[in-house]
Design a protein around this ligand. Structure first.
Ligand code: B16
Ligand code: MG
Length: 225
């Protein structure tokens, strides 16, 4: 096999830069419960569901809350978040994404979304990508949050391909682990130190092309793009 059959894209932090909006909204919740929270700590929430993210923030301050209270925090967090992202437009798509999608389509490589976000449909609509992906698996359709591989395995299954025939593009530690535990190749988008479990890490998708995918599948020595 010299090329993958499909690419499964994470959404937040790979296709659109919603990471600062998530951070702003979680920081407001952390301030409310009196827990110190910064961008480094926010790395641990990337790819993690809303409920588990709030639980994580509370655990940082050894704070106990009932499931109902946690749910109420997540609803408040989401309303801050949705307010910020509702003004997103196609100009918020990250560098290299559109060209890479065009390349994949031209080479008959299927594309899917594998995101933990329940806001996936709204985000894709805002940025004009709601009719582009063959398969969309998001937070509304999964029961186990990343690092569990469920979201990507469902994506591969609905595409009709084996996990090893799919490449996942991910910006989160939890998402990279999910892809690798699911038996897929993984291109990390971000810092090589943070995403050390990925097969290769890039800053963004600008230099990810067909030759890059061929190299990934032929196990050639890969250098950071
Ligand atoms: P929502 P991804 C993830 O999306 C985000 O990285 C993570 O920060 C967020 O908490 C999670 O979605 C749930 O999002 O609150 O919108 O349902 O990176 O898997 O595309
Ligand atoms: Mg992400």
């Amino acid at each position: 096999m010299s090329l993958p059959k499909a690419c499964i894209f994470d959404l937040d932090g790979v296709i659109v830069d919603t990471v600062p909006a998530h951070y702003t909204a979680w920081k407001a919740m952390a301030d409310e419960v009196g827990v110190p929270f910064d961008e480094k700590e926010n790395e641990n929430l990337k790819g993690v569901s809303r409920f588990d993210s709030m639980k994580h923030i509370l655990s940082l301050g050894n704070i106990e809350k009932s499931d109902e209270e946690i749910q109420a925090y997540t609803e408040r967090k989401n309303s801050i978040y949705v307010d910020i992202i509702s003004s997103m437009t196609p100009s918020d798509i990250l560098p290299g994404v559109i060209d890479f999608i065009d390349t994949l389509e031209a080479n008959d490589i299927a594309i899917a979304i594998g995101s933990a976000s329940k806001n996936t449909p709204q985000i894709l609509k805002c940025v004009g990508l709601d009719k582009v992906f063959k398969v969309i698996v998001d937070g509304n359709q999964i029961t186990k949050s990343k690092p569990n591989p469920e979201v990507f395995l469902k994506g591969a299954e609905r595409l009709g391909f084996q996990p090893k025939e799919c490449v996942v593009l991910e910006d989160a530690i939890s998402g990279v682990k999910a892809a690798k535990d699911g038996g897929m190749k993984c291109i990390g988008v971000g810092s090589p130190e943070v995403l050390s479990q990925a097969d290769i890490v890039v800053d963004d998708l600008t230099n990810v092309d067909i030759d890059f995918l061929k190299a990934l599948y032929s196990n050639e020595e890969l250098h950071q793009a």
